[in-house]
Design a protein around this ligand. Sequence first.
Ligand code: 13P
Length: 252
Amino acid sequence: MNRKKIAAGNWKMHKTFTEGQGLVQEIRTMAETELMNNAQLLIFPPYIHLQSLAKQLEGSNIGIGAQNIHQNEQGAYTGEISAAMLTSIGIHYTLVGHSERRQYYNETNESCAAKIVTALKHNIVPVYCIGETLAEREANQHFSIVETQLGALKGLSNEGITICIIAYEPVWAIGTGVTASSAQANEMHIHIRKVIAGLFTENVAQGISILYGGSVKPENAKELFAQSDIDGALIGGAALASRDFINIAKSF
Ligand code: 13P
C-alpha cells in the first residue's frame, strides 16, 4: 500500500509572530528548491500565526493546521477556538489529543472522540495523537493503553477514519532526547494498524498514515522512515529550525 509520507512540525508554544513568518519563509524556499520526494509537509503553529501563515503558504504544497480544536460548535468557552473559526481562515488540519494537552488540560479519550467528530464534520483533518507514559511502558501496559486511546475513533464511518492521521508519540520520548528505537516504534505502529483493522477493515488500516513522534531529528529520521509501518513524523523541537525540518523531510 502506497501511504502518504508526512513530515509534520508541531511548534507548540514557540515563535513570535515575526519569527514564525521568517521560519515559514525559510521552510517554503527550502521545500521548493530541495524537496523532491513527494513528502507532504504540515506545520502546526500557535493560533495567532494561522491566518497570516496560511496566506504566506498559498500556492505551496505545505499544509497548515491548529494544535487544538474545541469539540462544541460555539458558546461560552473562554479562550477556546471552534472548527468554524478555523475553516473561516482556511485551516483544514488540527492536532487532537497531544499528550501535553492530555497531561496539562485534562483531555481525555472521550473529549478527543468529540473533537475528532467535530473536526471531520467541518472538513478538518484530525491528527490524533496517542502514546503511553514511561510508567505504563514499564508496567507492560503500552499496547493496551494505545488500544484504549484508539477507542476514540470507534464511532467513525469508514469514510471518516480514512481522512484521519494517527501520530504515535510515546510520552517518555517527547522532548527528552530519547527516541523509541525504530524497532520499538514500528512494533507499536503494527499494533495500531491491527487495532484499526479490528475497529474498521484491513483495507482502512493499510491505508491510514501513522506518524511517529518523540525526539525525531535529521540523524534518526532515515532509520525510522525505513520501517514498514512508519509513514512519517510529528516533530517538535527539530521543527523549529528550517534546516532540520527539511532534512527530516528529505529522509524518506
Ligand atoms: P520533540 O520532537 O521535541 O520530542 O516533540 C515531539 C512532539 O511532541 C511533537 O508533537
